[in-house]
Structures are given as structure tokens and as C-alpha cells.
Design a protein around this ligand. Structure first.
Ligand SMILES: [Zn+2]
Length: 400
């Protein structure tokens, strides 16, 4: 789109630059975990940048920070995201949404009630739980549950939050009229289509399956090929079918991944007696996702029968896709079209803070392309111009 000034680019680039060294690793990546000194430093720096432009901030009891324009206690629009990263992550995931939010706030000034939310610990790197700050703030997660969630060192998430001076049971956020989030796509779709904006219609949710094949653990030298009951070979057959079943649902945007193989005893000279697969199936179309899950389960049983193995299929977890507000999608689309921004409506394969707001207010998300679709990696990169384009669409929406 036209109308992006050199001043805008310099301003936003300067803000990214101010955060550059925080949590920086020698290999060029950053490690900025949730509820860490690095996350605190990022929040302080962004709050200082906001203060320079006359915007104050406050924190809720869980440590989520809200930058605002002092327009009173009534209903307000919230633009949110996060500043934390994965271990050895990149500088745009989450950060683009927070700095983009501050850019929009600068454009709006005091003309309408607007806040920028910085939510703690969006990434699941240290405690295995994602979108912690926004889940606590919206009441979707109870602080009590955090007593049972531990990191690899055995510390509970409850301890981590309280020892840093926050509470795991914050007051529930209120008066949010609508929630908006700008985020890098973390995929290759926009780049491949040459588009600078995606309007998210739905956030995919995973079903996680654990499929265990049990055969007979035998000597790998002394057991002839026709007398074996090899659990790993059965699992291997299923792995290629998992890919095939998801590929058949390409049109419906379902995906399936075998991310875990636990093979026992996993040594050179023993035929595997037990192999367990961890399978993640995601989609925004529940029927399509269910078809993939069903085909995987049936195929596992067929393989077990054919190869005389035992097999168990367990659903480890299951959550439903989250729909973004239809009215917001329409309005954001109209604003993009008005500005001459080429966009597409698209699903999000990854989870985001926006998921936690759908029960309390209309929620909408904008995606911007990231180079080669790479994310959670030091090579993660998004163009400042694309971030500004998405900000202009948000500004157009807020002013309309
Ligand atoms: Zn993110």
C-alpha cells in the first residue's frame, strides 16, 4: 500500500532496535522466557517508549501490563500480544503485535478509549503451558492449577509467578469492548500468495493421540524374519499414513504430525517390543479433523491385526477451534479494501492470546507475512512496512 512514510518506518524500527539486545544470544537468537528478568526488561523498555509519547501504564496482579491513553474507566478497545519468546527464538513473534499496538495508540492519541495489553508468558517453553498471562486475566485458567505445573527443575509455575511479586489469581479483566491482535503469520501462505495481510477467521485447536503398538521383544540376530512381531515396523506404517490422511484434507486445512516416537528398548540388537507415537492433529473444520483422527485410529487397528501386534489408541487432549468474530472480520476486510491492501481470510494454525478473549468480547486477528514462514528461530523476520500496513488497517477500523 502507499502512504507509508519514512518517519513511520524509522519510528517503528527504532522501537524494535530498543529491544534488540534484551535476551540476545551469541548465535543471533533471543531467549526471553515468560516471567523472567528478560521479559521484565522488555516490558520496562516498551513502557518507557510509551511514556516518551505521553502514554502511562499499569499492571494487573498477574504482571500483565496495559499501556493506555487516559481516556477513563469505561469500555475500551484492547490491542494485545506478548513480548516473551521461546528458547533461541526470534524478535518478531509477539513483539510485532505489542509495538504495532503502540504505533496504533500513537496514531489514535486520545480520540477514543484504547489500551495496549502486554500479556505474560505466551510461549510454553519453560512450563509447557501457553498464553498464561491472558488465560489468567480472562479467567480461563485458575491460579490454583499452577501448583501442579512444573518446569524441568521441579519449580511450579505458581512459585515462579509469586516469587517474582505477582499473583496467580488476578482480578478478571473487565470493560473490554473488543480485542484485536496483530501477529506474524508463522507460516508461508501470505508470502507464497504475495499478500501483505491476512485476516484470521479461526484459530485451530489440536487433538493429541497416543498410539501404542506392542509386539514381541526378541533377539535381532536369532529371530528369523517370518517369526517376528516388530512394534516399530507397525508404527512406521502408521506414520506414513498419518501424513496421507491429513494430505487428503488439505482443502479443509487440517494437519497431522507424528512429533513423538518412543521406541523400547531402542537398542541395536533387540527387535522393538513396544513403540508409542505422539500424534498432533489440528484443524479449524471439526468434521475434517475428526475424519483424520478416525482414519488414524482405524488404520492403527488394521495394522495391528495384519501384523499380529496389540495396539491402543488414546486421546491425550482435545480442544475446539476458536472462531474470530465474524463482524470484526467483515469490518477489517472492508478497511483493508478501502486502503487498497490485498488480503486473504485465513486460519491460524498456532494458538494466540486472542483465543482467550472470545468468551468476553468480539476478538479479531491480523496476520502479516514473515520471511520464508520461519518462526521460533533466529531467522524470524517481518518487514516493518508490513507491520505498518496492518497498523493502518487497524487505525482505519478504529476511526470508522
Ligand atoms: Zn506469538
Amino acid at each position: 500500500m502507499s502512504g507509508i512514510s519514512r518517519d513511520d518506518i524509522e519510528l517503528l524500527s527504532g522501537w524494535f532496535g530498543a529491544l534488540d539486545g534484551i535476551g540476545a544470544n551469541d548465535d543471533g537468537s533471543v531467549t526471553r522466557l515468560g516471567y523472567s528478568d528478560e521479559e521484565d526488561a522488555l516490558i520496562r523498555t516498551v513502557a518507557d517508549l510509551a511514556a516518551e509519547r505521553g502514554f502511562p501504564h499499569y499492571a494487573d496482579e498477574a504482571g500483565n501490563v496495559f499501556i493506555h491513553n487516559g481516556t477513563g474507566e469505561g469500555e475500551y478497545t484492547l490491542i494485545g500480544s506478548h513480548l516473551d519468546s521461546v528458547v533461541q527464538g526470534g524478535r518478531f513473534d509477539g513483539v510485532a503485535g505489542v509495538l504495532g499496538g503502540l504505533f496504533v495508540l500513537s496514531g489514535i492519541g486520545e480520540s477514543l478509549p484504547l489500551k495496549v495489553g502486554i500479556f505474560r508468558m505466551e510461549e510454553s517453553s519453560s512450563f509447557g503451558l501457553a498464553t498464561v498471562g491472558s488465560s489468567l486475566a480472562t479467567g480461563r485458567l485458575s491460579g490454583e492449577k499452577l501448583h501442579n505445573i512444573k518446569n524441568s527443575a521441579g519449580k511450579t509455575l505458581h512459585e515462579r509467578i509469586t516469587e517474582r511479586g505477582h499473583s496467580a489469581s488476578p482480578r478478571k479483566i473487565s470493560a473490554v469492548k473488543e480485542y484485536l491482535e496483530l501477529h506474524i503469520e508463522q507460516g508461508r501462505v501470505l508470502e507464497a500468495k504475495g499478500l501483505s495481510l491476512g485476516i484470521v477467521n479461526s484459530i485451530a485447536a489440536p487433538v493429541r493421540l497416543r498410539v501404542t503398538f506392542t509386539g514381541r521383544q526378541d533377539h535381532s540376530g536369532a529371530t528369523p524374519m517370518n517369526l517376528r512381531s516388530d512394534a516399530l515396523v507397525g508404527a512406521a506404517m502408521l506414520i506414513t499414513d498419518v501424513e496421507r490422511f491429513a494430505l487428503a484434507e488439505l482443502q479443509n486445512a487440517s494437519v497431522a504430525t507424528v512429533g513423538v516416537i518412543q521406541n523400547a528398548p531402542n537398542v541395536f540388537n533387540v527387535i522393538p517390543g513396544e513403540t508409542a507415537l505422539g500424534i498432533d492433529v489440528r484443524g479449524i473444520d471439526l468434521e475434517s479433523r475428526e475424519r483424520v483422527v478416525l482414519r488414524i485410529s482405524r488404520r492403527a487397528e488394521d495394522i495391528a491385526r495384519e501384523r499380529e501386534l496389540d495396539c491402543s489408541v488414546n486421546i491425550v487432549s482435545k480442544s475446539d477451534p476458536v472462531r474470530m468474530d465474524a463482524g470484526l472480520q467483515k469490518k477489517l476486510s472492508a478497511c483493508a479494501a478501502k486502503l487498497g491492501v490485498r488480503y486473504m481470510i485465513m486460519p491460524s494454525g498456532a494458538g494466540h492470546d486472542a483465543m482467550n478473549f472470545v468468551d468476553i468480547c468480539p476478538a479479531g486477528m491480523l496476520f502479516i507475512p514473515c520471511r520464508d514462514g520461519i518462526s521460533h528461530n533466529k531467522r524470524e523476520f517481518a518487514k516493518i512496512e508490513d507491520i505498518i500496513t496492518a497498523c493502518k488497517v487497524l487505525l482505519e477500523y478504529l476511526r470508522s
